[in-house]
Ligand binder design. Structure first.
Ligand SMILES: *Cc1c(COP(=O)(O)O)cnc(C)c1O
Length: 364
């Protein structure tokens, strides 16, 4: 098998199944596909909600990168995560990491509880806490590593060992590390989720999501669910993501080297209390007052004050207001999300220009 850098560009097979041998995979902008005669459909494609050649090529590429049996591309990360939570039945117990993307907490509180799932939040960095909270009706453990925004790391192989003892699914949101830095399936996870909006597409121009399955049994179930609920990714977006993916390896190398330079600069400052960094291009940090945080947000010029992450442009986010306002205050404070916390998605600009911009905004 080719190395990951090569598979980002050529997929697994390096052959373009399109008849005209275009270098860039074509956009099959069609809703439906013709059948030759009743019962004779040589392409296997029927209708683009269910399957589409551009989407299939993207899904095969993602499966190759994540070491998955099969992958489904969704219209957003939240659509993929919603599909994951559709898998369960009333009365099922799901253990979730206590430091999750805010939208996932909203999904759990507004939708999963209505579906009468029992959801409990645990500190998944504490393996004993996971085992202690497993019950006879526990069906899955769902977490992010590193967490957003506090960058706490969970040991996937250790979680997988406990989960297999109790026959519980392990689902990991791999948005922050990407398959370039980590393959949760190889570490023992059953399901990998992505907000492809972030590093996978990488240019702050597309919203998409992925659900990658270790086994055919899982992907058969999720294919039926995605065909039924319908939030699959359109052909043009699939093409944009394929284009973004080609540079994943070079982007991730540069995101992380830029981030390391900025982390070193932040750690030297007296007005920065803590810096949280777990790899890739994401850094969170506490400044010494809420006023300071607001002043920095107001005075950055090159770096943009915006939600989201993982793209070529550096974005600074205020989690307490932008990404986590729906998380109950008590839970938020326990995790460490307060009005002094800023989260920086380090882009691909020259690190000297980024540091210059931060320096001016910090020193106003
Ligand atoms: C952004 C994000 C999501 C949600 O994905 P969307 O593409 O915005 O729907 C889920 N998990 C993590 C870790 C994210 O950063």
């Amino acid at each position: 098998m080719y190395s990951i850098e090569t598979r980002c560009i050529h997929g697994e097979k390096h052959n373009n199944p399109d008849q005209n041998y275009s270098i860039s995979f074509p956009i099959y902008q069609t809703a439906s596909f013709s059948h030759l005669t009743p019962g004779h459909n040589p392409t296997g494609f029927d209708y683009s909600r269910e399957s589409n050649p551009t989407r299939r090529y993207l899904e095969e590429t993602m499966s190759s990168l994540e070491g998955a049996n099969d992958t489904i591309a969704y219209a957003s990360g939240m659509a993929a995560i919603s599909a994951f939570f559709e898998y369960f039945s009333p009365g099922d117990h799901i253990l979730c990491g206590e430091d999750l993307y805010g939208g996932v907490v909203r999904l759990i509180e507004l939708v999963c509880k209505k579906n009468r799932y029992e959801v409990e939040y645990v500190d998944t960095t504490d393996i004993n806490a996971i085992e202690k909270n497993i019950k006879p009706n526990t069906k899955a453990i769902y977490f992010e590593t590193p967490t957003n925004p506090m960058m706490k790391e969970t040991n996937i192989p250790e979680v997988a060992k406990i989960a297999s003892k109790y026959n519980v699914l392990v689902a990991v949101d791999n948005t922050f590390m990407t398959p370039y830095f980590r393959n949760p399936i190889k570490d023992g996870a059953d399901i990998v989720l992505h907000s492809g909006t972030k590093y996978i597409s990488g240019h702050n121009d597309t919203v998409c999501g992925f659900l990658c399955c270790k086994t055919k049994e899982l992907s058969d179930r999720f294919r039926l669910l995605s065909k039924t609920t319908g939030a699959t990714l359109g052909p043009f977006e699939c093409w944009l993501v394929l284009r973004g993916l080609k540079t994943l390896a070079v982007r991730m190398d540069r995101h992380s080297s830029n981030a390391r330079e900025i982390k070193a600069w932040l750690e030297k400052r007296d007005d920065v209390d803590n810096v949280f960094y777990a790899g890739s291009g994401m850094i969170s940090f506490y400044v010494n007052s809420a006023d300071k945080a607001l002043s920095i947000l107001k005075n950055i010029k090159l770096i943009t004050f915006a939600e989201s992450l993982g793209g070529t442009e550096s974005l600074l986010t205020y989690p307490v207001v932008q990404t986590h306002p729906d998380v109950p205050v008590e839970q938020r404070e326990k995790i460490g999300i307060n009005d002094r916390l800023l989260r920086l998605s380090v882009g691909l600009e020259a690190p000297s220009d980024l540091i210059d911009d931060l320096e001016k905004a910090f020193n106003v």
